[in-house]
Design a protein. Structure first.
Lengths: 169, 199
């Protein structure tokens, strides 16, 4: 049942969008191409960040730093059975979306996406946005400087959702 | 912020490598890591381009506006102060629907517009925080980037995980709203007390 829901939603989304486009008589193909070229420029803008972060994560792994961190955090993570491999992701997620994507991809590549690590990593990285990014763009646009409260609240709920992810899997 | 963390990651891994005598591995990791990052991007880029095309059609055909109309009743429950202010509710709907469809390009401008309108009508802190929290928790119907990468890295059925992700996002959202409701009420009481003391 769960599998069907997950598969149907994206397919039905494409279907509905195309039906709607026919109804409103827009130039479907040209707007598809517009969007696709936007996607291409998005990839090009992500690429340098990916190179920077994947390389630095690899450096951390090979130097044994990840092992040290794992040992350091293991008393906390073992209480709710959280895989220590995901700790870099948890640290990066609130700060930068593309940074955490880079870490997610390298985790998925190494452990496979059907492993428990892969599932938890994808749940963490998709259940939220980068807190710092949202708060700084939205509050910066209307010049609100008092952003401490929202950052604290969202960090607390982020921790809760991480715990929730490790319980579900 | 990210620059500091990135520099910290590299500096600490170099010091760690020097102490544990694996500088060779580190040099290899630099080469391997940069190669890997390009590989990852090549693997996922095709489907990203396809989905951005589809989502552009959704925007152009006013599909997002149509769906956002369906959402306004839910929002009116969450933001009771803005029930009779359609000029706030409207961009807010567009923002939330674009988040649902993972159209972050469309979500940001409408979100900023909403914040501006909210400020114009006299900003209420708890409402602003609720709105920001909805944006941060970012409940997505179909997070395409994730699905694509899961498929490429060996998941048989990459969509299987979606309900779990929705659950996680909802936990995030509900706990955040709970925190905001509890604590902002407290601060209101404090304010009333203070004004009483002053007069």
């Amino acid at each position: 049942m769960f599998e069907n829901v997950g598969t149907l939603v994206p397919i039905m989304l494409i279907f509905l969008i195309l039906i709607f486009a026919f109804k409103n008589k827009i130039n479907i193909f040209s707007s598809f191409l517009n969007g696709a070229s936007e996607g291409l420029s998005c990839i090009i803008s992500i690429l340098p960040i990916m190179v920077a972060l994947v390389t630095s994560v690899e450096m951390m792994k090979s130097s044994g730093l990840v092992n040290i961190m794992t040992n350091l955090f293991s008393p906390i993570t073992s209480t709710f059975n959280f895989p220590p491999e995901c700790i870099p992701l948890v640290i990066m997620k609130p700060i930068s979306g593309s940074g955490s994507n880079a870490i997610l991809y390298s985790l998925l590549q190494k452990y496979g996406s059907e492993s428990r690590i892969g599932e938890i990593a994808s749940m963490i990285s998709c259940s939220s946005e980068a807190i710092i990014y949202i708060v700084s763009t939205y509050c910066g646009a209307v010049r609100i400087k008092d952003t401490k409260k929202i950052i604290v609240y969202s960090t607390i709920s982020f921790i809760f959702s991480v715990v929730c992810a490790s319980f579900i899997c | 912020m990210i620059g500091i963390i990135w520099a910290f990651m590299i500096i600490s891994s170099i010091t760690c490598a020097l102490f544990s005598n694996c500088a060779n591995d580190l040099c290899n990791a630099i080469i391997e890591g940069s190669k890997q990052s390009i590989n990852i991007m090549i693997i996922i880029s095709g489907s990203i381009i396809f989905w951005s095309g589809i989502m552009k059609i959704a925007q152009d055909s006013k599909f997002t506006k149509f769906v956002s109309r369906l959402f306004s009743p839910i929002l009116k429950i969450l933001f009771k102060d803005y029930v009779d202010k359609p000029d706030i509710i409207e961009p807010m709907c567009i923002n939330i629907v674009s988040n649902l469809l993972s159209l972050s390009n469309a979500a940001t401008p409408s979100g900023i517009e909403t914040m501006k309108k909210m400020k114009k009508h006299g900003l209420i802190e708890s409402n602003m925080m609720k709105f920001l929290l909805i944006n941060i928790s970012c409940v997505q119907l179909s997070p395409n980037f994730l699905i694509i990468s899961r498929k490429q890295f060996g998941a048989q059925n990459p969509y299987e995980i979606l309900p779990k992700i929705w659950l996680c996002s909802l936990v995030y959202l509900l706990i955040g709203i709970f925190l905001i409701n509890v604590f902002s009420k407290k601060s209101k009481k404090e304010r009333i007390l203070k004004t009483c003391l002053k007069t």
